[in-house]
Design a protein around this ligand. Structure first.
Ligand SMILES: [Zn+2]
Ligand SMILES: [Zn+2]
Length: 267
């Protein structure tokens, strides 16, 4: 069976990814509805009831909107930082009037690795306007998968965690020019562009040119803005950066989608 990854949904209307080893299946973020998650898991060949755990990167709605229903139906442990849990339950209480209860909550701290089944997980801090946002590096069977979306900058600690990956899922949120000229109010544009906002195509290109070690078999561009980006623009910008480093042409470039799951990537 080996290690594999499926991006079920990616973008500001919901994010969810599955990381699998031979014996463990982890759902990273629960940003689409429970029924849609089940539908997409089945399309990707997974039985939802085979999930081992749910991991949450941060409390923004596009990463947690399906969490409560999923956790109640599947009765699997939910892993997030203590601060993220507090922020999430506060926002749920404000919306519904009661504090949501997770039957099985496991809190982790950024920088401290832990294990679920045979998958080792390292959460690392990312700069984003949430209370305690993290990216994740997963290790199993000699394979490393890293997921880093929703971050304003690629700080040194993030770059460290993106080294020696077999699959790199990285945000390519917006084209700077489209964002500047686009319909968002100026305050929102500033937020997206800020140090705790989202990564632009240009920032990813810069990383691929200057810092990326070229190790990944697959580079997945994720969390593309539907308003301030075009898939082809994100692809061409990243391809140009890879082309300028001929040694990286073996890296397959894939674009994650909002409305359909990607084919599982098997390693
Ligand atoms: Zn997001
Ligand atoms: Zn976010």
């Amino acid at each position: 069976m080996g290690v594999s990854v499926s991006v079920l949904a990616s973008g500001s209307r919901g994010n969810s990814t599955i990381v699998r080893s031979s014996s463990t299946r982890i759902l990273v973020d629960a940003g689409i509805s429970c029924s849609e998650t089940f539908k997409r898991m089945k399309a990707a060949g997974d039985d939802p009831h085979s999930l081992s755990a749910i991991l949450i990167t941060h409390e923004h709605t596009d990463h947690v909107s399906g969490l409560l229903v999923l956790a109640r139906k599947l009765k699997v442990p939910v892993y997030m930082t203590g601060a993220t849990h507090q922020a999430w339950s506060r926002s749920m209480r404000d919306a519904a009037g009661e504090r949501p209860q997770l039957e099985r909550l496991e809190c982790f701290s950024s920088g401290h690795s832990f294990q679920i089944g045979d998958i080792g997980i390292t959460p690392f801090t990312i700069p984003h306007d949430a209370v305690d946002p993290v990216g994740f590096a997963f290790r199993a069977e000699g394979i490393k998968i890293a997921i880093a979306t929703d971050l304003g900058r690629l700080l040194a600690n993030v770059k460290d965690n993106l080294r020696a990956c077999d699959v790199l899922v990285i945000e390519s949120n917006h084209d700077l020019e489209m964002l500047r000229d686009g319909p968002y109010p100026w305050s929102v544009k500033q937020r997206v562009m800020s140090r705790v906002g989202h990564l632009s195509n240009e920032a990813v290109s810069d990383f691929l040119e200057k810092n990326y070690d070229g190790n990944a078999s697959y580079v997945i561009l994720a969390h593309l803005s539907e308003c301030n980006n075009l898939p082809e623009l994100a692809r061409v910008t990243a391809e140009r950066a890879l082309r300028d480093r001929m040694s990286l042409l073996a890296n397959k470039l894939i674009l994650a989608q909002q409305d359909a799951p990607l084919e599982p990537i098997c390693l």
